[in-house]
Design a protein around this ligand. Structure first.
Ligand SMILES: [Zn+2]
Length: 391
């Protein structure tokens, strides 16, 4: 799940929002301002209902953010780097650079989210009770009570053992721990996710026909998103497993065309060496890699400044570029490639640039693997399989 727009950074973690959140935000504010609040306490002004409804919707997204930040913080503590979190229809998703190293780490990273939502639910319940006892505005008490309920619902829904929900990660951790096989565990958890997705879609359609129409649309939409996400996750896991037997050096583009750091943007664009060949280039200084530059970044340099701007000014510095070693399994490098903004991984051997991996390198490798068939590549996850590849 990639963010449609980025809100900012919290403790170094990029916080983004997917378009689907806007739909939820509008539905929540509308449901409160036009539904729940006037129904519970009629006779107030429409403006008041909307103000309380909008504030409650904002606080609701704050609690979603707390849930996701908890995942991110625990993941970092477990040594898993987190690039950012994206809020979307079903809550949020943390983009991690790697997978949890052990089933225990996975349990802690996944479990803390529903835990935080549950704690928030209890806290809002207490606040609603205190406000009520202190005779605060009935509308505010109603909104806080709604926040309590929605957070508890969020905790329970996310704990359902079906990928990509947190409960699905817990299920995967348990299966992984019991079988020792990460792929089988992922397949189990994503299958549960697809079953849940279909069940919600069918239930939603049923409600749409016979029951409260809005609830039906709502359920079907959530089911559809779950189904799609579980399917993608299952497919990725299979690809990743197939690629775990291939070292990076087999799939990378070796000796990539690179550009010197002191080259001006104007000379770069004029240079026949670079033109039309690629859209991303490693930048070197005295032969040593120092960064990565993309046409996307180059394009942002105003034409008038292209003669004086050098690549070192516009490149992403090496410390922020995704890198890999030539002998690393390609499957381990995939999450890095997915989360890198440039969608490139530089391959370094003892600090020297030896290659670059792009999504097309990966899809070419996948195409080869599927053409060769499972018998020739040494079975899934078989790291010795690469020896069968001819020179
Ligand atoms: Zn979560």
């Amino acid at each position: 799940m990639r963010p449609t727009f980025v809100l900012g950074r919290v403790r170094g973690v990029e916080v983004g929002v997917n378009w689907s959140v806007l739909v939820v935000f509008v539905l929540i504010a509308l449901g409160l301002a036009q539904g729940r609040l006037p129904a519970a306490h009629p006779g107030r002004s429409a403006v008041l209902y909307w103000v309380v409804g909008l504030v409650a919707a904002v606080v609701f997204f704050g609690s979603l953010l707390a849930h996701e930040m908890a995942h991110a913080v625990v993941a970092r503590r477990e040594g898993v780097e987190v690039d950012g979190i994206t809020l979307w229809l079903l809550g949020g998703a943390a983009r991690m650079r790697a997978e949890a190293g052990t089933p225990g780490a996975e349990v802690r990273i996944a479990g803390v989210g529903p835990l935080v939502s549950g704690v928030l639910g209890v806290a809002f319940t207490l606040v609603a009770w205190l406000l009520d006892a202190a005779s605060a505005s009935a509308l505010v008490v109603e909104a806080v009570a709604w926040l309590a309920g929605i957070n508890i619902l969020l905790a329970l829904f996310n704990a359902v053992p079906a990928a990509p929900l947190d409960g699905g990660r817990l299920l995967r951790a348990v299966l992984w721990w019991r079988t020792g096989d990460r792929l089988r565990a992922t397949v189990g958890a994503t299958t549960a996710g697809r079953v849940l997705g279909w069940a919600l879609v069918l239930l939603g359609l049923y409600l749409f026909l016979v029951g409260p129409m809005v609830n039906g649309v709502w359920l079907a939409l959530i089911g559809w998103f779950l189904l799609a996400a579980a399917t993608v996750e299952g497919r990725q896991a299979r690809v990743q497993d197939a690629l775990s037997g291939i070292p990076v050096r087999r799939a990378m583009t070796p000796e990539p065309v690179n550009a010197p750091a002191d080259l001006t943007v104007a000379d770069f664009l004029d240079g026949p060496l670079f033109r039309y060949r690629h859209s991303a280039f490693p930048v070197t200084d005295g032969g040593a890699p120092v960064g990565l530059v993309t046409l996307h970044r180059i394009r942002r340099v105003p034409v008038a400044e292209r003669g004086t701007t050098v690549l070192a000014d516009v490149m992403r510095p090496l410390a922020e570029v995704a890198t890999a070693g030539p002998e690393e399994p390609l499957g381990d490098v995939l999450p890095r490639l997915e989360s890198a903004e440039e969608r490139r991984v530089l391959v370094l051997d003892d600090g020297a640039l030896v290659g670059i991996v792009s999504p097309s390198d990966v899809s070419r490798t996948v195409a080869w693997l599927t053409s060769i068939g499972p018998g020739r590549r040494g079975g899934p996850g078989h790291r010795g399989g690469e020896r069968r590849w001819g020179q």
